[in-house]
Design a protein around this ligand. Structure first.
Ligand code: ATP
Length: 310
């Protein structure tokens, strides 16, 4: 479990994190999404006890990151966004080195390392030099490294960045496996749809502030008042445009470039308001063939949530 309370980090006069509050329950896969520079890595560095907050605090499995960093480190596995690999090591030696640094006994490491290599699909590379691995393989090795002490909480900073689609799918499958193992996972990305697929809960950070949090559907609902409606007309398109222009809840009317009898517009209102709008249009003899709500695209939602928040 992770609890973040009023966490603030200033770099000089610049506020990178601004009173962040967040609770992530045990066993949850939490997606932390935000543009470049939003404050994700800063949050992760504080949770991983590598950076001191300016004020506020955070707890990992009940341990305070500022007061009990050694205990926190036992419970947390951290995969940074940039990591060095010791290139003179072979894959197996690399994991053995990290296992030894966590004081895992030799016999235990002998059993553990093959299991970890199997989990991240690198068994066939155990004797390869680390610097000769592909980027995706290095990412998976780094993930295995962060798991060596069997932490309950995992902090993964953009684990899928720079990976090709196949490597992304492999990474997603590993995360699914880790979730089944009951780990609490906090994972960042600036690509909302990618996170939405693998996370239970999402948090959107912008300018160091948490601007939305909840299940994917809940985040979508937060924006439901701003739906886009699409209308296919049989005829009299210009008259229909004039009709909708007079409705206060309608804005940004666009005529489709591909089909000239299709218009779309933003509509602010509930489902009932939408029904009433359709009834009124039909009563006014607007020649509607179809009337539909466009599916909200997750990327649009992300842009909408983070728009104008500084
Ligand atoms: N050591 C530092 N000194 C000064 N400013 C910093 C420092 N580290 C980070 N920042 C600034 O703090 C803000 C948050 O940075 P952070 O790395 O946490 O963002 P991020 O969300 O992880 O971005 P990205 O997706 O690009 O990794 C940025 O504006 C960054 O320039």
């Amino acid at each position: 479990m992770i609890e973040i309370k009023n966490l603030t980090k200033k770099y000089g006069s610049f506020t990178a994190l601004d009173s962040l509050n967040l609770t992530i329950e045990k066993g949850t896969v939490f997606g932390f999404v935000g543009h470049n520079g939003a404050g994700k890595s800063t949050t992760f560095s504080i949770l991983a006890t590598l950076l001191a907050p300016t004020s506020g605090t955070a707890f990992v499995n009940g341990f305070d990151v500022t007061k009990e960093p050694h205990k926190v480190r036992k419970h947390i596995g951290y995969m940074p966004d940039f990591f060095g690999v010791y290139d003179q090591f072979k894959v197996e030696e690399y994991l053995d080195f990290y296992g030894a640094s966590y004081q895992i006994p030799y016999e235990e490491r002998q059993k553990l390392i093959p299991q970890l290599l199997d989990l991240v699909s690198l068994s066939h590379k155990k004797d390869a030099y680390v610097d000769l691995l592909s980027r995706g393989m290095k990412q998976r090795l780094c993930l295995a490294r962060s798991l060596i002490h069997d932490p309950e909480v995992l902090i993964l900073d953009e684990p899928a960045s720079g990976l090709d689609p196949r490597a992304r799918i492999e990474m997603r499958e590993i995360l699914r496996e880790l979730k089944h193992m009951g780990k609490t996972i906090m994972i960042s990305s600036h690509i909302l749809p990618e996170l939405a697929e693998m996370c239970d809960v999402l948090g959107v950070i912008n300018g160091g502030k948490l601007v939305a949090t909840g299940k994917v559907e809940e985040i979508q609902q937060q924006l439901q008042s701003n739906k886009v409606l699409k209308v296919l007309l049989l005829s009299d398109v210009q008259r229909a445009i004039q009709f909708f222009e007079d409705i206060p809840a309608v804005s940004n009317i666009q005529r489709s470039e591909q089909k000239e009898n299709v218009i779309s517009f933003a509509f602010e209102g509930t489902d009932e308001d939408q029904i009433n709008l359709l009834k009124t249009a039909l009563n006014n003899e607007i020649m509607i063939l179809s009337f539909s709500q466009e599916e909200s695209n997750l990327e649009d939602i992300f842009l909408e949530i983070t728009k104008g928040v500084e």
